[in-house]
Write a protein that binds this ligand. Structure first.
Ligand SMILES: [Zn+2]
Length: 110
């Protein structure tokens, strides 16, 4: 669940700028640094990117308006406006360790 995704395209081919000890190659960055302070790069977009976990992406998707035909009204990742929301759910489902319902939709109902 800690996998990071590009907030623009949903790719996991992403990199993060970090400090490495020049002598030992040991990673010296503070893992607790807020992600938004780090320089992130998406290899798919070939651009600087915001990285989000699947849960944060799901929260963001929850803000996308959906019409009465279950079509999203704004683009989300590589899904264009007008895409059936279930197609997007499927995208999430494929990336969840268990499944969409268990991992994202019913958080707190353990
Ligand atoms: Zn990207």
């Amino acid at each position: 669940m800690n996998t990071l995704y590009c907030a623009k395209c949903g790719s996991t081919d992403v990199q993060i700028m970090a400090w490495v000890d020049a002598n030992t190659n040991e990673y010296r960055g503070d893992v607790n640094d807020p992600l938004e302070l780090k320089d992130c790069w998406c290899e798919t977009c070939k651009d600087h990117a915001e990285l989000l976990t699947i849960r944060l992406l799901w929260n963001r998707f929850a803000e996308i308006p959906v019409n009465n035909d279950d079509e999203i009204e704004e683009p989300f990742l590589n899904f264009e406006a007008g895409t059936c929301k279930f197609d997007v759910w499927h995208w999430f489902d494929k990336r969840c360790p268990h499944n969409l319902y268990r991992d994202l939709m019913y958080i707190g109902e353990k």
